[in-house]
Design a binder for this molecule. Structure first.
Ligand code: SAM
Length: 431
């Protein structure tokens, strides 16, 4: 161990020992409605962060017109908040479902233009007959998840959406269509593992779509008014499908990164978004779709440099319990280091990377993501600007998860394991 490495290792322990809970970052007073304001309620998304968190980081660490980047943009929380605050932004995600949602959420449509189009679409839905369906998906996975009646109605709805000439309105509808798919299928409600529920009361696609359209229209209209008030329609806001390890950005172009990375073997985004991916033809093969995601259990094993003693220790502890999981965690930390390396490339000197991350546990071993990430950033020459510890209020994210079904459950159920009740915000500065 070199002298410098020794210093980092003791620094990490000291830094994290001293971090106290900062209640002002919990946003405990915020209701679900508050967190779904403007376009944030367009689509459910696993592990999205609350907009108030992104908003505060953006306002604190950047100025108007600065470029803000989220390399794991998910459903676009950082991008929406950047636009509202007059910051240019680029959101990147490997998941086409994420970028489809993000694009819809950053596009404010003039309310009366949208309302007229919605009436036209709803009128056409009323004249639905099976014979009007020109094309429906043949994919066996769609038959696996949907009953025939729902499948035909969804096919008709998608046909009408695809015939909508206005691109912004079409994307708006696609986002709404994607959001209702789980309710219209036999996917076990609220489960993070794809499981069929044959007793489920499956929603009617037209009723579910019309109901969700109302929510989306309210959100769009409020977003439109926000941008109109401050004349922010033309602020650059781009979304790209790309890998966080190879960002479509110039070196030293970015002042601020605000992101929450994927967790290791937690959510399988490819599995969770398979309904949309099959309906929109984003993939025809689940195995190849899965491999692209950092944190997946279906990765190709690689020997990567972790550049973190905390990570090395976690991996060696895991090896005693499960070699397979040890390799998954090793790959994850190695790939995250590559992402941080890429963040360093795109940040300007003095620019900050804000990473929201919680610690978890696997096979009885604590997975200290926050400590590992901090150590990796230090290895890359970043300095610590601030480390914030926040509580995740249970009304925003249920803190207990059933280990068998993956379903979130009430905290009173004592046979369950704790999942992310607190998390850290690492604010790292590029020198
Ligand atoms: C915790 S979620 C981000 C949620 C986001 N903060 C929001 O509010 O919606 C992590 C994201 O990382 C994405 N991801 C996983 N591997 C990736 C990769 N190699 N490159 C880019 N994005 C990736 C997943 O698709 C997922 O959207």
């Amino acid at each position: 161990m070199t002298k410098r490495e020794q210093d980092w290792s003791s620094d990490i322990k000291m830094i994290f020992n001293e971090v106290e809970l900062d209640e002002s970052w919990s946003f405990a007073d915020k209701t679900r409605k508050d967190t779904a304001y403007v376009t944030h309620g367009f689509h459910r998304y696993p592990a999205k962060f609350i907009p108030q968190l992104a908003n505060r980081l953006i306002c604190k660490y950047s100025r108007t017109e600065d470029l803000v980047v989220d390399p794991f943009c998910g459903c676009g929380t950082t991008s929406v908040e950047s636009k509202i605050n007059g910051r240019r932004s680029i959101g990147v995600d490997i998941n086409p479902v994420a970028t489809m949602i993000s694009k819809a959420k950053i596009t404010a449509i003039e309310p009366s233009r949208l309302a007229t189009n919605v009436v036209g679409l709803q009128n056409k839905l009323q004249s639905y007959k099976v014979e009007l369906v020109k094309q429906y998906p043949q994919h066996s996975r769609i038959d696996y998840w949907f009953y025939e009646d729902q499948k035909m109605k969804l096919a008709y709805l998608l046909q009408l959406i695809n015939e909508t000439p206005d691109t912004d309105i079409r994307n708006f509808y696609l986002c709404g269509f994607s959001n209702i798919l789980k309710n219209c299928s036999i996917w076990l409600q609220k489960s993070s593992k794809p499981t069929r529920d044959f007793r489920k009361n499956v929603s009617d696609p037209f009723i579910a779509f019309n109901r969700h359209l109302k929510v989306m229209m309210r959100g769009n209209n409020s977003f439109f008014r926000h941008l109109q008030k401050d004349d922010r329609f033309d602020i650059q806001s781009d979304i790209h499908i790309s890998d966080a390890r190879c960002l479509p950005l110039e070196s030293e172009s970015t002042m601020l990164i605000v992101t929450s990375p994927p967790y290791v073997t937690s959510y399988e985004y490819a599995d969770l978004h398979q309904l949309t991916a099959f309906w929109f033809d984003y993939t025809d093969s689940l195995p190849s779709f899965r491999k692209k995601f950092i944190g997946t259990a279906h990765h190709e094993s690689k020997q990567l440099n972790l550049n973190s003693q905390v990570a090395e220790k976690i991996v060696s502890q895991l090896k005693a319990n499960s070699r397979k999981i040890a390799i998954e965690v090793q790959t994850y930390f190695g790939e995250m280091y590559q992402v941080f390396h890429e963040m360093k490339r795109i940040l300007r000197g003095g620019g900050k990377a804000c990473v929201v991350i919680g610690n978890t546990g696997l096979k009885g071993v604590e997975i200290l993501n926050a400590e590992v990430f901090a150590e990796q950033f230090l290895h890359l020459g970043f300095t610590v600007e601030s480390i914030i510890k926040r509580e995740i209020p249970s009304k925003i994210l249920p803190s207990i998860r059933d280990p068998n079904t993956g379903k979130f459950a009430k905290s009173s159920c004592n046979a369950k394991v704790l999942a992310y009740p607190t998390e850290f915000i690492l604010v790292m500065r590029k020198s």
